[in-house]
Write a protein that binds this ligand. Sequence first.
Ligand SMILES: [Ca+2]
Length: 503
Amino acid sequence: MIKKHGKLLAPFTALLLGLSSTNAIGNKPQIESNEVDTRPNIVVIFADDMGYGDVSSYGATDIATPNLDALAQGGIRFTDSYAISPICSPSRAGLLTGRYPVRMGIHEVFMPQSYTGLPPKEITLAEMLGDAGYNTAMFGKWHLGHHEKFMPNAQGFEYFYGYPYSNDITPFYAFENTDIIEWEVDQTQITRQLTERSIRYIEQQGNAPFFIYIAHPMPHIPLYNSEAFTGSSQRGQYGDVIQELDWSVGQIKAALEQQGLLDNTLIMFASDNGPWLLAEEDGGSAGPLRAGKGSTFEGGMRIPTIAHWPKGLPQGLSYTGLSSMLDWFPTMAAMAGVTLDRGQVIDGENILPLIQAPEPRTPERQLVYYNNGEIEAFRKGNWKLKLPNVQPKPWIARKLMSGEDDILTDIELYNLSKDIGEQHNLAQQFPEKVAELQQAITHFKQSLGPVPAGLDIGLRFQLPDLAQYPLRTLKPFIIIGLLLITSMFIAIGYWWGRRRNSQ
Ligand SMILES: [Ca+2]
């Protein structure tokens, strides 16, 4: 295992002085001595395609997530936290850089055919924190380009164990750093494996703070869980998989506690996008939200998010202000005492002062919902504008992705504070609100400036691996296919008959 040695230990005492404003820090003295590095460890745990309605503390009644719920009780549960994209790769690019993925041309998901990836010139969380003296490691799904110059070790992670793409790409192989060490991963063991490897890493840490990014390939389909969790939930295999992820969170928290590190470690748990409703019972639940993965209705991007840091954050708080995964880059920089002065535009904001205040502040913020490189929706305060699709994909492509036909031909307006499910289009009723939000979009585009063309992911047409989809999902397509074939035969027979008759 790679670990930087001798990377110590400037006294970063000034940093924590700012943290004393919260009343929930606890009684422990914050700064023990000038020799001790007081900056928090940072552990990001990212689920794949987990929905807003898949955690007990977010309303799930058929999945038990006691460890996530305990994490929320000892920290902050975010009600209005957003992924940066309704699909994998752009979402991860934004989390790791704090920048809109359009700034780096990442519109789509990377594939085995892709020769592109997260541009090496981007500064990742691992580079930012590594340069500040953190040990950095990643476990799990990367999905930001599989060529060596795009992979985690080239983007700031000192240690990497994991997978280049989603778990539906076969063969599903595992890297340790830059070497492939497993050619066909036993996916029933991946959640357990990632947990155990993360814990081993935590146990090997010395005095320097560390940053660990644990990106679970679950609950992306095809679903896998270890035997111990089979039948453990009341929501079929999907629930079992979530309960294993919940177990994993508990194990990691326990390991931190055992090492005496829990008090000064930020654990941030979230999902990369909403549930893949297409997979029906194998997909998650967006709870009260409309649509899921692939859509810019709330279900595609609003995600469960929990932050736990006993020494630095209030405990048992629900934060109802708007926040984005973009915010964590500058927020974690603030936690680590890093000044962001390397010339990269950061789109997120440091939310530490908002969530640390004894009375949390929820200023009116804005959020841009991108899908495939286009702005599809915009939120300001509680108002959300959903735009007509710029380049509507074929119906079948959208249906395959989001499970909902959300091609809009006209503008829709929703008040999310009263209508979280986006059922009542108020565009006719509040034209001035529509105009205000349209103007805000124009301002945003101007502030964004020119962006590069979308990266070529090297894929134009490929038949999906149909075997991974549940039969019920494929049924309409099979029926349409059979009908087409039958009508073709009828047409040929008719033509043949006429030809014979005319002879
Ligand atoms: Ca995903």
